[in-house]
Design a protein around this ligand. Structure first.
Ligand SMILES: Cc1cc2nc3c(=O)[nH]c(=O)nc-3n(C[C@H](O)[C@H](O)[C@H](O)COP(=O)(O)OP(=O)(O)OC[C@H]3O[C@@H](n4cnc5c(N)ncnc54)[C@H](O)[C@@H]3O)c2cc1C
Length: 405
């Protein structure tokens, strides 16, 4: 069996590692001239860290990752904590794998270094893909054609594989933009930020903050509506004054953080409609190509990593029956990832609500949870974090299946 992957982001790299571990021949075609991630932080919860540990990255993760003590959900103006849920070390004791904050570039770097360089080819823009009865064909912009038995679209939000085989619909702009910045640890410490995951919630907008790069840098992302044009790009710069203007009336701790940020970036926030199928007999989608989602539950890359394990292991266990392997993958993954996609879309209102009555009902719910839940983990976190992709493949994930969100 020879598998061709289009795209070497976190999804493609995770699948390459899973296939390498299984000894399955494969080639990843990536249009970029080097393998690196832009953008800044990623939160990775036990459900994805568990897979990365299966892939042999445990020690490297401990080196690049920052283990936060808690999630703190706070008021945008007063800074009052409405809800505090435990992260490390309790999350590891409870769910069997750690929670880390990482820089995207660090995560991709440790994955790429574990890949076999002969499995990836750079500067390869795929312009067309074809499926026939006995294989797949991938046409590159330089006119060459690659042939294989299986084609995987790990080609991100604007996936051409998705468009060609599954849905020609355009991505859905959310109307929000993400402002982003990184500041040195001493600036963040001086402002009083500890090793937590902070979610500040205000009318129409929110801000999420945490340490990355082994604790050397502090990452912030502020999401809210923005009327001017912003590109769906990780490298578009933004003005500090414009960001301060958007965060007018917010707590000084947040405003000083923005003011102390040297380079600001902005990204248009876009997701996709859930699909009702991801596979044909020989073609499958994974990662953002299958389920690009809003980042409110910090799960896009995590779901891509779960996809990779389930897809790679299904191919490994299929004894050559590729359609059956792809069907199994879709059956195990589509419902879960679509649920996360829709919950992530819905969470925008949870974090951005502005009607005072709605806000006080939300805060009362948070307070009830804080008092009543013995372990401190909301149902959504239990459902997300307790998923074990290997148990899913082996059909032994009954405990997780009994949970609901
Ligand atoms: C503001 C923000 C915050 C986020 N925070 C989190 C978080 O905390 N935790 C989390 O888990 N997720 C988070 N995410 C989501 C996460 O970034 C994505 O889900 C993840 O990076 C998707 O990876 P991917 O490999 O599927 O896609 P991509 O990273 O987009 O990779 C696709 C690759 O395919 C290549 N490609 C595309 N087309 C072609 C072609 N025709 N030929 C060859 N190559 C091609 C591209 O060059 C690219 O390298 C966040 C997203 C945003 C926007």
């Amino acid at each position: 069996m020879h598998v061709i992957l289009i795209g070497c982001g976190i999804a493609g790299a995770a699948l390459s590692l899973t296939l390498k571990r299984a000894g399955i021949s494969h080639l990843v075609l990536e249009q970029a001239s080097k393998l690196s991630e832009v953008g800044a932080g990623l939160q990775q919860s036990p459900n994805s860290i568990r897979v990365l540990e299966y892939l042999g990255l445990k020690d490297e993760l401990a080196r690049i990752g920052v283990p936060p003590a808690a999630h703190l959900f706070k008021d945008y103006k007063t800074g009052e904590v409405y809800l505090k849920t435990p992260l490390m070390p309790k999350v590891e004791e409870y769910f069997g794998a750690p929670y880390y904050h990482v820089h995207r570039a660090d995560l991709l770097d440790i994955m790429v270094r574990a890949m076999d360089p002969s499995n990836v080819r750079l500067n390869c823009k795929v312009v067309d893909v074809k499926e026939n009865n006995d294989g797949v064909e991938v046409h590159l912009s330089d006119g060459t054609v690659e042939k294989g038995d299986v084609l995987i679209g790990s080609d991100g939000l604007h996936s051409m594989v998705r468009e060609k085989f599954f849905a020609p619909e355009k991505p859905r702009p959310s109307g929000c933009v993400a402002w982003r910045g990184l500041v040195p640890v001493d600036v963040a410490r001086k402002l009083g930020f500890e090793q937590n995951s902070y979610v500040w919630m205000g009318p129409h907008r929110s801000a999420v903050l945490y340490y990355v790069c082994g604790g050397d840098l502090f990452n912030w992302v502020g999401i809210g509506p923005y009327n001017d044009n912003a590109k769906e790009s990780w490298s578009q710069t933004g003005s500090r004054d414009a960001a301060l203007n958007e965060y007018d009336g917010w707590n000084e701790q947040i405003r000083e953080l923005i003011a102390g940020t040297e380079s600001l970036f902005m990204t248009n926030m876009i997701d996709r409609e859930p699909l009702d199928r991801w596979v044909t007999d020989r073609v499958a989608l994974m990662g953002d190509a299958a389920h690009a989602m809003m980042p409110y539950h910090a799960q896009g890359a995590g779901q891509s990593i779960e996809d990779a394990w389930v897809l790679g292991r299904s191919l490994e266990m299929a004894e050559g029956n590729i359609p059956a392997a792809l069907k199994k993958y879709e059956g195990l993954r589509l419902d879960r990832a679509n649920r996360v996609l829709l919950q992530s879309r819905a969470a925008e209102n949870l974090f951005h609500m502005s009607d005072p009555e709605e806000v006080s009902r939300r805060n009362a719910r948070f307070a009830r949870h804080q008092q009543e839940d013995q372990d401190g983990f909301p149902v959504g976190q239990r459902w997300l974090y307790s998923y074990d992709a290997e148990k899913a493949v082996m059909g032994t994930d009954d405990e997780w299946r009994e949970l609901s969100w």
